[in-house]
Design a protein around this ligand. Structure first.
Ligand SMILES: Nc1ncnc2c1ncn2[C@@H]1O[C@H](COP(=O)(O)OP(=O)(O)OP(=O)(O)O)[C@@H](O)[C@H]1O
Ligand SMILES: [Mg+2]
Length: 231
């Protein structure tokens, strides 16, 4: 089965694109799935994370990474499709062309967004671009405060925009950055943390959205009736 291709895009800078890519990749790798990362951001943040990671694990990893220019994203994703289960593309802020190529290469686009009116307004050009490219999209709320009126009001405002919003959201937690500093994800450094739980819930939701069945063997179980008859 060829790899499923997911792009993380958001033209607003600092929304959490690279954090999301690295955290999801680390989580999926911990499930023994082969993850290819494509970094097309000239800032190379994801590439830096991967360098630290490679140094720490001596190259033994379920994750591989390539940095390419934005216009080469589609070709690179096609080239990697048969060797990986998932391809995650981290795109740059501000530039339209690179991000557009990354969106075009994907079947699902995740759009991280922080919970403020300014962030919602600044996300609109990204949403329009993804819609123009006719790609499936999911908004992922990031740095969500534990509770409060703002979160509820923002969710209502987003509802008004008729956007698909992931039920799972990432809280505002220092462990996200702390784990990246070590070239890891929260799943790896703090598997029992609330952050790891958030990433796992989001990853499962994405699997479900893409109808990735990770447990085909479950379909082979005898039906309840047959088991009862045997018992
Ligand atoms: N859930 C979170 N909790 C706490 N800090 C976060 C969270 N998500 C992101 N950050 C912090 O916000 C900053 C921006 O995050 P990140 O670099 O992932 O965003 P980006 O969208 O990739 O930025 P750019 O547009 O520059 O590529 C970083 O300092 C990161 O550690
Ligand atoms: Mg980034």
């Amino acid at each position: 089965m060829p790899a499923r291709v997911i792009t993380v895009a958001q033209q607003k800078g600092g929304a959490g694109k690279t954090t999301l890519v690295a955290q999801l990749a680390a989580h999926w790798a911990s499930q023994q799935r082969r993850v290819a990362l494509i970094d097309i951001d000239p800032q190379e943040s994801l590439t830096q994370w991967y360098r630290v990671r490679s140094k720490a694990n001596g190259g033994e990893d379920h994750i591989d990474l390539r940095w390419v220019s934005g216009w080469r994203t589609g070709t690179e994703a096609d080239r990697l499709k048969n060797d990986f289960d998932l391809i995650l593309i981290d795109s740059p802020p501000h530039t339209e062309t690179g991000a557009k190529a990354a969106v075009r290469a994907a079947e699902l686009v995740l759009v991280p967004m922080q919970l403020s009116p300014m962030d919602l307004w600044a996300t609109k050009p990204t949403i329009k671009m993804i819609r123009d490219e006719r790609r499936d999209m999911m908004l992922v709320l990031n740095r969500v405060p534990a509770r409060g009126l703002l979160a509820d009001e923002m969710r209502a405002a987003i509802d008004g925009e008729q956007l698909a919003v992931a039920e799972a959201a990432l809280g505002n937690r220092t462990v996200y950055a702390a784990s990246l500093l070590k070239g890891k994800g929260v799943t790896e450094v703090a598997p029992r943390s609330a952050a790891a739980e958030e990433v796992a819930r989001l990853a499962d939701e994405i699997d479900q959205h893409l109808a990735i069945d990770r447990h085909p063997s479950l379909d082979d179980r005898p039906s309840v009736d047959r088991r009862l008859a045997k018992g």
